[in-house]
Design a protein around this ligand. Structure first.
Ligand code: AMP
Length: 503
């Protein structure tokens, strides 16, 4: 019996005594520990009644045991369902009610406030903490370190990840064993991961980036990881001489750039820096290259599709682009209204197809149907273009497009102009309700410390560079932009904060 993705991981695993992860406290987990530990957790899940296809929902802090639990779910035939640690009991209530998991695993400290929502959803509640504690770990410890894996094939579900849901209810993206396996195998090759790699892992593990892009790729390469609870620039600087690679969101790079120790010498042991989950400013790309000599490799993906495109390993990593469609992935740009393919260079809806693309939204057949074309392409919701060299450019989420007086304004075009002005750290452009124009283009700008920026001067400078309809009607100044844990600017939050600006 074999569980497709776990079997692939096990077959590619290096020797049992090779270290898979090391924590800042010096805890080490070898590949042998992964096999025996995940077997114990799989036994524990089976004891709790988990059978093939059951969901196991997990809201726990990042720990080595959480990885064992993920692998155990694969082996027990369960569907792993990680939940953002920031979700409140009211939100958890929705997820458990929607997914109806057999087991819900939470932090020991949250058990009391979550017991009732688990019970309401018919889920058995267990705990797992960061200090090698919790009821599920206790149960796992009593089990044998071997397990006969439950048979799961390529098309069976391995995980459900809820999307961040900035509009409406969050949707559960169903990911099969092959969705995850095929994408991770592609990334191992494309980014040249081997058993000699040591990845700095400081991302959360409830999101596709830290869980699948980072973890599955390193597991299938037989490599190792420094496993950090969160972004810690000081610690990352210390680890770089012993590491080979890092995957991060853009915030990782901007934070590290503020560190005086970031030099060519400090990064000379590293071979690869990958960025994704949110747009990397071209400025950050340039500064990073100047300081370290490394060109950050930017890639593009989403919960529903895993990774779609990547800048090349060899060849030009072009700032402001997300590179080429990965091998086996097809990408095209279409007219958002008609779905007709657009010529190269024109901006439209990015659509993708390939073994990486999910199986649909959990119990939302209508929603799933609406987001796929008849020929199987998934409508990503991201607007962009493919240039003459084949590089994909993202200009933003479709819902962030500003329509003012009937004209389309792509926020990134205005943001890029503002970001290039002296004294500006970054900016976000949103459309706010406006009686005359439908939406008024509005720029929210973060000035550099001590810089004296003036609304009128910014608009006057933009007048030289942009068509009149693209000019912001107002420029607002803030200390920082609202971001989620993956570094994405929360434009919906900005629209909400300033919704009455033109009223
Ligand atoms: P998530 O499902 O949370 O991973 O969010 C996916 C979304 O993040 C995509 O649909 C894009 O809008 C955005 N995204 C991911 N990577 C990039 C990137 N490199 N540049 C710009 N946007 C990105």
């Amino acid at each position: 019996m074999a569980s497709y993705l776990y079997d692939l991981i096990a077959r590619r695993a290096p020797s049992a005594d090779k270290v898979f992860l090391e924590t800042p406290e010096g805890r080490k987990l070898t590949y042998g520990d992964l096999a025996s530990g995940s077997a114990r957790f799989a036994q524990a899940l089976a004891k709790l009644g988990v059978v093939a296809g059951d969901r196991v929902a997990v809201q726990v802090e990042k720990s080595p045991e959480a990885i064992l639990l993920y692998l155990a779910c694969l082996r027990a035939g369960a569907v792993f369902l990680p939940l953002n640690t920031a979700y409140t009991p009211a939100e958890i209530d929705y997820f458990l009610g929607d997914a109806k998991p057999r087991v819900f695993v939470c932090d020991p400290a949250s058990r009391d406030k979550l017991a009732a929502v688990a019970e309401k959803a018919g889920a058995h509640i267990e705990t797992l903490g960061v200090k090698e504690e919790g009821s599920l770990l206790d149960l796992a410890r009593q089990q044998a370190g071997t397990f006969t894996d439950v048979e799961r094939g390529k098309d069976d579900l391995a995980a459900i990840l809820y999307t961040s849901g900035t509009t409406g209810r969050s949707k559960g993206a169903m990911l099969s064993h092959d969705n995850l396996a095929s994408n991770a195998l592609t990334l191992v090759d494309y980014w040249r991961f081997t058993k000699d790699d040591v990845l700095i892992h400081a991302l959360p593990i409830y999101h596709t980036h830290g869980l699948f892009v980072a973890m599955n790729t390193l597991l299938l390469a037989g490599g190792s990881m420094f496993f950090l609870p969160k972004l810690d620039a000081e610690l990352i600087m210390k680890l770089m001489p012993r590491a080979t690679s890092m995957m991060g969101v853009p915030t990782f790079y901007t934070r590290l750039l503020q560190h005086a120790g970031l030099t060519k010498d400090a990064t000379k042991h590293m071979r690869l820096f990958v960025s994704g989950s949110a747009p990397l400013l071209a400025e950050t790309h340039r500064e990073w290259r100047d300081r370290t000599g490394h060109a950050i490799l930017e890639r593009y993906g989403m919960t529903e599709t895993n990774m779609n495109t990547s800048n090349p390993y060899d060849g030009d990593r072009v700032a402001g682009t997300v590179g080429f469609p990965l091998p086996g992935v097809s990408a095209r740009v279409t007219d958002p209204d008609t779905g007709a393919a657009l010529p190269r260079g024109e901006i439209g809806m990015i659509e993708v197809k390939g073994p990486n693309v999910f199986k649909g939204y959990w119990q939302m057949p209508e929603k799933t149907k609406a987001e796929f074309r008849d020929d199987g392409f998934f409508i990503t919701g991201d607007l962009g273009k493919i240039d003459e060299k084949g590089y994909v450019h993202i200009v933003g989420r479709g819902k962030d497009l500003v329509i003012t007086g009937g004209f389309n304004v792509y926020p990134i075009e205005v943001e890029t102009e503002i970001d290039g002005m002296p004294g500006v750290v970054e900016s976000a452009v949103v459309g706010l309700p406006h009686a005359d124009f439908g939406e008024g283009v509005t720029a929210v700008v973060v000035p550099q410390k001590g810089a004296k920026l003036d609304e009128k001067e910014i608009i006057a400078a933009l007048e030289q560079r942009l068509a009149k309809f693209k000019l912001p009607k107002r420029v607002l100044f803030v200390d920082e932009l609202p971001r989620n844990t993956m570094g994405k600017v929360q434009k919906a939050a900005l629209r909400q904060t300033y919704e009455s600006l033109y009223k």
